[in-house]
Ligand binder design. Structure first.
Ligand SMILES: *[C@@H]1O[C@H](CO)[C@@H](O)[C@H](O)[C@H]1NC(C)=O
Length: 259
């Protein structure tokens, strides 16, 4: 008797399971896969957040140039970590109308030594190592931003690198990253960071130093630090995405319906 009742119940659960959350598939998942990444919401509901981050096709629907946000920072500077993890990365996830350029170097000093370069960092050798790890990761995977977010939000920025790689880029080994860090490639890439930072106009006076579409002003810096989201929405020239509307609500919950 009990088994009879149980079986249809199990079947019902099993049938609904592929759609997740014990509900009918959300309308966005019934649309072509190209639409699944159209918002953070639908990416989460369709279970493809990681794939959306990896792919570039969430940008393909945008006709106007994205708002370019540049961050000149140091891997162990507390203010930089706070901005990157609490403002920049969440905004990037919510708005598909921005692109992000990370330049870890900041107040570091470069010294040429016998056709090579050595580096000194404001927060010591560990910071130089953190800058270099992040620089190499940016050169080795499309998942660099989530990995750097993961590192910077950890209590141990450098110690967490390996586990952050395992989460977001399991095919990229820490050994591979470290051979970049300790080799010529890392040095070349860090030299590029140094050149980019030295080319800032006006020159940077502190970190985090923010540029919007390549421009730094005190006004833009202040607006970015207080609400990057509002700034990017206001600067985007194309049709504003729904996320910019202000009245949009996030729907993470799904419900079970009696049909
Ligand atoms: C990695 O860096 C090298 C040297 O600067 C460059 O040629 C290459 O395009 C970079 N690759 C990626 C994926 O950024």
């Amino acid at each position: 008797m009990k088994m009879r009742l149980l079986l249809p119940l199990l079947l019902a659960i099993w049938i609904s399971a592929p759609f997740g959350y014990c509900s009918l598939p959300t309308s966005s998942c019934l649309q072509p896969p190209a639409k699944w990444c159209s918002s953070l919401d639908s990416a989460v509901q369709c279970g493809v957040l990681k794939q959306c981050l990896e792919s570039d096709f969430r940008r393909s629907r945008q006709t106007e140039e994205p708002v370019q946000v540049g961050l000149y920072y140091e891997s162990l500077c507390p203010g930089c970590r706070k901005f990157l993890t609490e403002m920049l990365f969440p905004t990037y996830l919510l708005l598909d109308i921005m692109s992000v350029t990370l330049v870890p170097y900041g107040n570091a000093q470069e010294t040429p030594v016998a056709q090579k370069y050595t580096y000194e960092c404001q927060h010591g050798k560990q910071e130089c190592l953190g800058n270099m790890i992040e620089t190499c990761i940016m050169n080795m995977t499309d998942m660099a931003f989530p990995i750097i977010f993961c590192m910077e939000s950890s209590a141990d920025v450098i110690g967490s690198a390996e586990s952050c790689l395992k989460v977001y880029a399991p095919d990229l080994s820490m050994d591979k990253v470290m051979s970049c860090v300790n080799g010529d490639m890392g040095m070349q890439l860090m030299h590029q960071n140094a050149l980019q930072t030295k080319a800032l106009n006006p020159p940077h006076q502190y970190v985090p130093w923010i540029t919007i579409n390549g421009v730094h002003t005190e006004d833009l810096q202040e607006k970015a630090m207080s609400s990057l989201f509002t700034l990017v929405c206001s600067m985007y020239k194309g049709t504003k995405p729904a996320a910019c509307g202000g009245s949009q609500k996030l729907h993470y919950k799904s419900y079970c319906h009696n049909e």
